[in-house]
Design a protein. Structure first.
Length: 230
Protein backbone atom coordinates (compact mmCIF):
# COMPACT_ATOMS: atom_id res chain seq x y z
CA UNK A 1 0.00 0.00 0.00
CA UNK A 2 1.42 3.37 -1.05
CA UNK A 3 1.78 6.09 1.56
CA UNK A 4 0.31 8.50 -1.00
CA UNK A 5 -3.39 8.74 -1.80
CA UNK A 6 -4.68 7.75 -5.23
CA UNK A 7 -5.41 11.40 -6.02
CA UNK A 8 -1.80 12.33 -5.35
CA UNK A 9 -0.53 9.42 -7.42
CA UNK A 10 -2.80 10.34 -10.33
CA UNK A 11 -1.67 13.96 -10.12
CA UNK A 12 1.96 12.79 -10.23
CA UNK A 13 1.23 10.63 -13.29
CA UNK A 14 -0.57 13.45 -15.10
CA UNK A 15 2.10 16.01 -14.21
CA UNK A 16 4.98 13.74 -15.15
CA UNK A 17 3.44 12.79 -18.49
CA UNK A 18 2.64 16.45 -19.23
CA UNK A 19 6.23 17.47 -18.54
CA UNK A 20 7.57 14.57 -20.58
CA UNK A 21 5.39 15.34 -23.61
CA UNK A 22 6.00 19.07 -23.21
CA UNK A 23 9.70 18.34 -23.42
CA UNK A 24 9.34 16.07 -26.46
CA UNK A 25 7.17 18.51 -28.39
CA UNK A 26 8.84 21.70 -27.17
CA UNK A 27 12.39 20.53 -27.84
CA UNK A 28 11.26 19.28 -31.24
CA UNK A 29 9.89 22.72 -32.14
CA UNK A 30 13.02 24.46 -30.85
CA UNK A 31 15.38 22.05 -32.63
CA UNK A 32 13.48 22.35 -35.90
CA UNK A 33 13.58 26.16 -35.73
CA UNK A 34 17.30 26.30 -34.97
CA UNK A 35 18.53 23.86 -37.62
CA UNK A 36 17.66 22.79 -41.15
CA UNK A 37 19.65 19.59 -40.60
CA UNK A 38 17.25 16.79 -39.61
CA UNK A 39 20.00 14.86 -37.81
CA UNK A 40 20.87 17.89 -35.69
CA UNK A 41 17.19 18.50 -34.97
CA UNK A 42 16.74 14.89 -33.89
CA UNK A 43 19.73 15.21 -31.58
CA UNK A 44 18.20 18.38 -30.16
CA UNK A 45 15.02 16.42 -29.50
CA UNK A 46 16.78 13.36 -28.08
CA UNK A 47 18.99 14.87 -25.38
CA UNK A 48 16.24 16.84 -23.57
CA UNK A 49 13.91 13.83 -23.64
CA UNK A 50 16.47 11.50 -22.06
CA UNK A 51 17.42 14.14 -19.52
CA UNK A 52 13.87 14.96 -18.42
CA UNK A 53 13.10 11.28 -17.90
CA UNK A 54 15.92 11.04 -15.35
CA UNK A 55 14.56 14.07 -13.52
CA UNK A 56 10.88 13.09 -13.60
CA UNK A 57 11.41 9.49 -12.50
CA UNK A 58 13.67 10.64 -9.67
CA UNK A 59 11.29 13.25 -8.27
CA UNK A 60 7.91 11.59 -8.94
CA UNK A 61 8.82 7.92 -8.75
CA UNK A 62 8.48 7.81 -4.94
CA UNK A 63 4.91 9.11 -5.27
CA UNK A 64 3.33 7.12 -8.10
CA UNK A 65 6.04 4.82 -9.42
CA UNK A 66 6.60 7.24 -12.33
CA UNK A 67 4.97 5.14 -15.03
CA UNK A 68 4.00 8.04 -17.35
CA UNK A 69 3.20 5.30 -19.86
CA UNK A 70 0.13 3.03 -20.30
CA UNK A 71 2.39 0.18 -21.48
CA UNK A 72 4.29 0.34 -18.18
CA UNK A 73 1.06 0.51 -16.21
CA UNK A 74 -0.26 -2.47 -18.20
CA UNK A 75 2.78 -4.54 -17.24
CA UNK A 76 2.49 -3.67 -13.55
CA UNK A 77 -1.21 -4.55 -13.67
CA UNK A 78 -0.30 -7.93 -15.19
CA UNK A 79 2.21 -8.35 -12.35
CA UNK A 80 -0.67 -7.64 -9.94
CA UNK A 81 1.05 -4.59 -8.50
CA UNK A 82 -2.00 -2.48 -9.43
CA UNK A 83 -5.72 -3.15 -9.40
CA UNK A 84 -7.63 -2.81 -12.67
CA UNK A 85 -9.37 0.34 -11.42
CA UNK A 86 -6.11 1.97 -10.38
CA UNK A 87 -4.42 0.94 -13.62
CA UNK A 88 -7.18 2.44 -15.75
CA UNK A 89 -7.07 5.61 -13.64
CA UNK A 90 -3.31 5.84 -14.19
CA UNK A 91 -3.77 5.47 -17.94
CA UNK A 92 -6.48 8.14 -18.07
CA UNK A 93 -4.27 10.54 -16.09
CA UNK A 94 -1.33 9.86 -18.40
CA UNK A 95 -3.32 10.55 -21.55
CA UNK A 96 -4.90 13.73 -20.21
CA UNK A 97 -1.56 14.94 -18.87
CA UNK A 98 0.21 14.17 -22.14
CA UNK A 99 -2.29 16.10 -24.24
CA UNK A 100 -2.00 19.05 -21.86
CA UNK A 101 1.78 18.89 -22.29
CA UNK A 102 1.39 19.19 -26.06
CA UNK A 103 -0.96 22.17 -25.77
CA UNK A 104 1.34 23.95 -23.29
CA UNK A 105 4.30 23.46 -25.65
CA UNK A 106 2.28 25.09 -28.42
CA UNK A 107 1.49 28.07 -26.20
CA UNK A 108 5.17 28.49 -25.22
CA UNK A 109 6.27 28.56 -28.86
CA UNK A 110 3.36 30.66 -30.14
CA UNK A 111 1.99 27.82 -32.24
CA UNK A 112 -1.69 27.24 -32.89
CA UNK A 113 -2.91 25.58 -29.70
CA UNK A 114 -5.13 22.99 -31.39
CA UNK A 115 -3.49 21.00 -34.17
CA UNK A 116 -3.63 17.59 -35.82
CA UNK A 117 -0.44 16.07 -37.13
CA UNK A 118 0.08 15.33 -40.82
CA UNK A 119 3.36 13.42 -40.32
CA UNK A 120 3.03 9.88 -41.66
CA UNK A 121 4.54 7.18 -39.43
CA UNK A 122 3.25 3.78 -40.48
CA UNK A 123 4.17 0.42 -41.97
CA UNK A 124 5.69 -2.87 -40.76
CA UNK A 125 9.16 -1.42 -40.17
CA UNK A 126 7.74 1.28 -37.90
CA UNK A 127 5.60 -1.23 -36.00
CA UNK A 128 8.51 -3.61 -35.47
CA UNK A 129 10.58 -0.65 -34.30
CA UNK A 130 7.93 0.19 -31.70
CA UNK A 131 7.83 -3.41 -30.50
CA UNK A 132 11.62 -3.31 -30.09
CA UNK A 133 11.57 0.13 -28.47
CA UNK A 134 8.93 -0.78 -25.89
CA UNK A 135 10.43 -4.20 -25.23
CA UNK A 136 13.76 -2.57 -24.41
CA UNK A 137 12.16 0.07 -22.22
CA UNK A 138 10.32 -2.50 -20.11
CA UNK A 139 13.43 -4.70 -19.99
CA UNK A 140 15.36 -1.74 -18.57
CA UNK A 141 12.68 -1.09 -15.96
CA UNK A 142 12.09 -4.70 -14.89
CA UNK A 143 15.75 -5.67 -14.69
CA UNK A 144 16.65 -2.32 -13.15
CA UNK A 145 14.11 -2.80 -10.35
CA UNK A 146 15.41 -6.33 -9.78
CA UNK A 147 19.12 -5.53 -9.63
CA UNK A 148 19.67 -1.79 -9.11
CA UNK A 149 16.47 0.10 -8.36
CA UNK A 150 18.18 3.41 -7.61
CA UNK A 151 19.59 3.42 -11.15
CA UNK A 152 16.20 3.08 -12.89
CA UNK A 153 15.87 6.82 -13.72
CA UNK A 154 19.23 6.73 -15.47
CA UNK A 155 18.57 3.40 -17.15
CA UNK A 156 15.31 4.67 -18.63
CA UNK A 157 16.74 8.04 -19.66
CA UNK A 158 19.80 6.48 -21.29
CA UNK A 159 17.77 3.74 -22.98
CA UNK A 160 15.35 6.22 -24.58
CA UNK A 161 18.28 8.42 -25.64
CA UNK A 162 19.80 5.45 -27.44
CA UNK A 163 16.51 4.14 -28.83
CA UNK A 164 15.74 7.48 -30.49
CA UNK A 165 18.62 6.62 -32.81
CA UNK A 166 18.60 2.85 -33.26
CA UNK A 167 14.86 2.43 -33.94
CA UNK A 168 13.21 3.41 -37.21
CA UNK A 169 10.31 4.98 -35.32
CA UNK A 170 12.54 7.15 -33.08
CA UNK A 171 11.20 5.19 -30.10
CA UNK A 172 7.80 6.49 -29.03
CA UNK A 173 7.50 3.40 -26.77
CA UNK A 174 4.52 4.98 -24.99
CA UNK A 175 0.83 5.01 -26.03
CA UNK A 176 0.07 8.19 -24.05
CA UNK A 177 2.97 10.01 -25.70
CA UNK A 178 1.90 8.73 -29.12
CA UNK A 179 -1.66 9.99 -28.59
CA UNK A 180 -0.36 13.35 -27.38
CA UNK A 181 1.95 13.71 -30.37
CA UNK A 182 -1.02 13.29 -32.71
CA UNK A 183 -2.15 16.71 -31.46
CA UNK A 184 0.91 18.55 -32.85
CA UNK A 185 1.75 19.20 -36.49
CA UNK A 186 5.37 19.89 -35.62
CA UNK A 187 8.65 17.94 -35.62
CA UNK A 188 7.40 15.35 -33.10
CA UNK A 189 3.99 14.71 -34.66
CA UNK A 190 2.28 11.52 -35.82
CA UNK A 191 -0.91 11.35 -37.88
CA UNK A 192 -3.94 10.27 -35.81
CA UNK A 193 -4.65 7.56 -38.38
CA UNK A 194 -1.26 5.99 -37.62
CA UNK A 195 -1.89 5.70 -33.87
CA UNK A 196 -3.53 2.24 -33.75
CA UNK A 197 -0.53 0.50 -35.30
CA UNK A 198 1.87 2.21 -32.88
CA UNK A 199 -0.26 1.56 -29.81
CA UNK A 200 -0.77 -2.13 -30.57
CA UNK A 201 2.95 -2.56 -31.25
CA UNK A 202 3.82 -0.85 -27.96
CA UNK A 203 1.59 -3.12 -25.90
CA UNK A 204 2.95 -6.18 -27.74
CA UNK A 205 6.51 -5.10 -26.96
CA UNK A 206 5.63 -4.57 -23.30
CA UNK A 207 3.95 -7.99 -23.02
CA UNK A 208 6.92 -9.72 -24.66
CA UNK A 209 9.31 -8.04 -22.23
CA UNK A 210 7.22 -9.16 -19.26
CA UNK A 211 7.05 -12.73 -20.55
CA UNK A 212 10.79 -13.05 -21.12
CA UNK A 213 11.99 -11.18 -18.06
CA UNK A 214 9.56 -12.93 -15.71
CA UNK A 215 11.48 -16.08 -16.60
CA UNK A 216 14.92 -14.51 -16.93
CA UNK A 217 14.85 -12.74 -13.56
CA UNK A 218 13.57 -15.71 -11.57
CA UNK A 219 16.44 -17.42 -9.71
CA UNK A 220 16.82 -21.12 -10.34
CA UNK A 221 16.14 -23.48 -7.48
CA UNK A 222 19.11 -25.65 -6.58
CA UNK A 223 19.11 -28.92 -4.70
CA UNK A 224 21.49 -29.50 -1.83
CA UNK A 225 23.64 -31.77 -4.00
CA UNK A 226 24.22 -29.08 -6.62
CA UNK A 227 27.20 -26.79 -6.52
CA UNK A 228 27.43 -23.28 -7.91
CA UNK A 229 29.98 -23.08 -10.67
CA UNK A 230 31.83 -19.87 -11.44
Amino acid sequence: MSEFSLNRRLTAEALGTAMLVGTVVGSGIMADRLSDDVAVSLLGNTIPTGAILVVLITILGPISGAHFNPAVTFVFWLKRNLSLTTGLSYIAAQIVGGICGTLIAHVMFEEAVLQASTTARTGPAQWVAEIVATFGLLASILAGIRFREAAVPWLVGLYITAAYWFTASTSFANPAVAISRAFTDTFAGIRPIDLPGFIVAEFVGAALALALFSWLLTPEKRTGAETVRP
